[in-house]
Design a protein around this ligand. Structure first.
Ligand SMILES: [Zn+2]
Length: 451
């Protein structure tokens, strides 16, 4: 969801007041998409404590049957494969076919309603087997953002939450060292913090900006909150207090989480989700990921059927609100194990006990900052069947490319430009290889770090 390159160029070369204006314009567009439709109704109806603390499979079943009925009449593929009758319980979902990235990549039109009732949101997601362009029903986003806002309110223990956010939105040139490194986006009640400038010299500017802004909670990239906490603790700097950090993803170990909680005197809620299906689960104090009501999650074996609680398997997610671009039994490519209830944290909702192979890959910039969402470095380069990053030291990156016939070597210049836009200067080299070695699971290891 980053800015288009041309916008980013204008943005980078503008004075602060203009950047603030442009950022608010961008935000207005996003708010319109996310908080349109039935967002307000959802927001008023959603009881986030009930979703986390209680277990209501009957509500999910109802929503699932509505989803299936809509898909049966509107989606070419599901017209043929879905049964006529409603499902009698959630377990029966395993009679439906799994949906893989490959299916969407090959023939997206088969899987969407040509005349969407509300509208589509267009996204891309990285992956070593190439990018996937997909669409989501905006109805799913409206429900998702209502859940997000309720979750923030729950974490902050108040309505109208002020957030400080680390995400891939440009604040100033990555080569600049002049504070401020944070910018207020009033449209979103948010202080946007640069992910490219945080280090042992600048951490104080960040702590000052965030506490002056009066942020209730922190959101966005987990590893930057962890980095800021590291510096605050190392310098015994206690000026920033937060109610909570609600990260966009998982990836902090128990130790790192404790560090953030100590540094800002707050709770940390990591979340699990993917860009295709959105937020799916919230981490409890025991470290487990409790499933939200907007999705149904299964953990399945080779045969596509649920494995027993506690056993490792592939994670399968159904977005219960994406009616016109359904993700029914979708495989995002993650593994884990499931428990249907009885967590000692007190929340009754079912949860993922483990998320294996899910510590996200990252690369390290010359400034020592870890950056994930790195698949985008290879974004927009045609003819790439697969790729792999090798990093021998911070600030340097070697890319192995498995090429198709239409691969154009001159287009690799774009990788350098992408990297520069996202993370600052990187020394990038690349080579074409016959075949990238696969792990025993059949997957390609995205990043090999030799330091
Ligand atoms: Zn729990």
């Amino acid at each position: 969801m980053g800015m288009q390159p041309w916008k980013r160029r204008i943005f980078n070369n503008s004075p602060m007041w203009l950047r603030k204006f442009l950022a608010n314009m961008e935000a207005m567009k996003r708010v319109k998409t996310r908080r349109g439709g039935d967002y307000q109704t959802h927001y008023e109806q959603i009881n986030i404590k009930q979703i986390l603390f209680e277990n209501h499979p009957e509500k999910k079943l109802n929503q699932l049957n509505q989803l299936l009925a809509t898909c049966r009449s509107n989606i070419p593929y599901y017209r043929e494969v879905l049964p006529e009758e409603s499902l009698l319980n959630m377990q029966e979902i395993d009679q439906l076919p799994l949906l893989r990235k490959e299916d969407l990549r090959t023939n997206l039109r088969k899987y969407v309603n040509e005349n969407p009732r509300v509208g589509f949101w267009h996204g891309t997601t990285g992956g070593t087997a190439g990018q996937l362009a997909f669409v989501r029903d905006q109805r799913s986003l409206h429900y998702e953002y209502a859940v997000y806002d309720k979750l923030y309110a729950f974490a902050a223990d108040k309505e109208k939450v002020k957030k400080a956010r680390f995400s891939n939105v440009p604040i100033l040139k990555s080569t600049s060292h002049q504070p401020p490194f944070c910018m207020e986006v009033s449209m979103m009640k948010q202080l946007q913090c640069s992910i490219y400038h945080l280090d042992e010299r600048t951490y104080g500017d960040y702590l000052q900006s965030i506490s002056e802004y009066g942020a209730d909670i922190g959101t966005g990239y987990a590893f930057l909150w962890q980095r800021l906490a590291e510096e605050a603790l190392a310098h015994d700097d206690q000026r920033l207090k937060l109610k909570a950090v609600v990260s966009d993803s998982e990836g902090m170990t128990g130790e790192q989480k404790k560090m953030v909680e100590k540094a800002f005197d707050c709770r940390v809620y990591q979340t699990y989700g993917t860009s295709e299906v959105g937020i799916a689960a919230v981490q409890c104090e025991q470290g487990y990921y409790h499933i939200l009501d907007r999705v149904h999650v299964e953990v399945v074996g080779e045969d596509g059927k649920s494995v027993p609680d506690g056993s490792d398997g592939e994670i399968v997610v159904t977005d219960l609100w994406s009616m016109d671009a359904p993700f029914i039994r979708y495989c995002p490519g993650d593994r884990g194990s499931f428990q249907h209830g009885g967590c000692s944290c007190g929340w009754e909702s079912p949860y993922l006990e483990t998320l294996t192979g899910r510590v996200r890959d990252y690369i390290v910039t010359a400034q020592g900052v870890k950056v994930n969402h790195i698949a985008r470095v290879m974004g927009g380069i045609p003819g790439v069947r697969a790729f792999q990053y090798i990093q021998d030291e911070p600030g340097q990156l070697h890319i192995r490319v498995e090429a198709r016939a239409d691969f154009d070597p001159t287009k690799m210049e774009k990788a350098k430009a992408n990297a520069k836009n996202m993370i600052g200067e990187m020394r990038i080299t690349w080579e074409v290889v016959e075949e990238i070695e696969k792990a025993p699971s059949g997957k390609i290891k995205t990043t090999i770090r030799n330091f």
